[in-house]
Design a protein around this ligand. Structure first.
Ligand SMILES: *Cc1c(COP(=O)(O)O)cnc(C)c1O
Length: 384
């Protein structure tokens, strides 16, 4: 069974030569997780505005990780959802304009499966309204702000199933112009130390072993892989983390030497286009080469939910870890609707995206043969 996600955990490098590619423009704070890093970014955005007697609002895409909602709620702020553009994982900018109010403190631009949001467009809207832009780059490495520091803060995750897997942790990048705001707030957060001792190394061995084909086949529902992580889990607190630079350095190297299989996917699945399928990650292969970024999984949209479910079933029967990712738009996830007071009817494009999305593995162990198998499954199904 070919697991859906998961890069192996590296060992720390032997020398400390860490040089972060964003160090000119952003300060880096290691945090307990990606969710905690996002929550800390929201904390800074709320602190900057000092709204009296109004609940601050943070704008999120209507299709996404429930952790986004948890990160906002943990700061006593209100998540406000914006629908997607049709057939794309990006926010509809007209809807975004409408969603911004006097209480908005930040807009979160969320990269999806290695595809960054269009930060230029979002940054323009954010600065016009004097609100922060936060780039959630948990699924994209390097973040898009390495190219141009458009976002006020950037969030990275080092959890399982992310481009850099350090068995947990995250980072908050704060742009230089907000340095003193961060200096005033972040040092007050509790700090945990992560030691790279024999226990850590043993855990690493076990996790990496479980990422093999045989083990994953036996353990395919293992929660440690974070697959189908679509339950809402409140965030109980935000803390900082300390671990050696040598570990982060090794993780960054690992994320950038990953083989890229997307070009192969683009060619293999092109024939689906005239049949009502959307290959929304088509351009990513070229973009990847440019940015040194790898896709986390290769996503495509089926013409409808029925075709989507059939393909996933067929692929899983053949040992290919295909899945529907979050499965549905945010208001459809248990626990989220109550918080938001929003319903699925308000976000038709996000709902359609959630109903039609298939994601295919593109991690370091996917071979061209696997893609051939995937292609033949699609071809067989479309004949019927
Ligand atoms: C995984 C993820 C997070 C949360 O990161 P954790 O380290 O798991 O807390 C936030 N945003 C996005 C887009 C993610 O994919």
């Amino acid at each position: 069974m070919l697991r859906p996600v998961g890069n192996r955990v590296p060992l720390p490098k032997s020398e400390n030569k860490l040089s972060l590619p964003w160090k000119e423009n952003y300060q880096t704070w290691l945090m307990g997780s990606g969710t905690e890093a996002l929550s800390a970014a929201v904390m800074l955005a709320v602190g900057r505005r000092q709204l009296e007697g109004t609940t601050p609002e943070v704008i999120l895409p209507a299709y996404g990780c429930p952790d986004l909602v948890a990160a906002v709620v943990a700061q006593n702020a209100m998540p406000v959802l914006v629908d997607l553009q049709p057939n794309l994982p990006f926010m509809d900018t007209e809807r975004l304009d409408e969603a911004i109010s006097h209480a908005t403190v930040a807009v979160v631009g969320v990269g999806f499966l290695g595809l960054p949001e269009r930060l230029e467009k979002l940054a323009k809207i954010a600065s016009t309204n004097d609100v922060w832009l936060i780039e959630d780059s948990a699924q994209c490495f390097p973040p898009d702000c390495v190219r141009e520091p458009l976002a006020d803060c950037v969030v990275l995750s080092f959890g399982r199933g992310k481009p850099i897997n350090l068995m947990g942790g995250g980072a908050l990048m704060v742009r230089e112009d907000h340095k003193s705001l961060a200096q005033n707030c972040l040092p007050q957060l509790p700090v945990f130390e992560r030691k790279i001792d024999w226990k850590w190394k043993l855990r690493r061995k076990i996790i990496n072993g479980l990422l093999g084909r045989r083990a994953y086949g036996l353990l395919r529902r293992a929660p440690f892989l974070g697959v189908g992580k679509t339950a809402y889990k409140p965030l109980s607190g935000v803390s900082r983390l300390r671990f050696p630079d040598e570990l982060l350095d090794a993780g960054i190297d690992r994320a950038q030497v990953m083989a890229s299989i997307s070009e192969k996917y683009v060619k293999a699945l092109e024939f689906l286009k005239p049949q009502g399928w959307h290959l929304f990650m088509e351009d990513v292969a070229a973009a990847e080469k440019h940015a040194g970024r790898r896709v986390l999984r290769y996503g495509i949209l089926a013409p409808n939910e029925l075709a989507r479910n059939r393909v996933i079933e067929e692929l899983n029967a053949l040992g290919i870890g295909a899945n529907s990712f979050y499965g549905q738009a945010l208001p459809g996830i248990v626990g989220v609707a109550d918080i938001l007071g929003a319903t699925l009817e308000d976000y038709p494009n996000a709902v359609a995206f959630g109903d039609r999305l298939i994601t295919l593995p593109s991690h370091e162990d996917v071979t061209p043969r696997d893609v051939d198998v995937i292609e033949s499954v699609f071809k067989k199904m479309l004949e019927v």
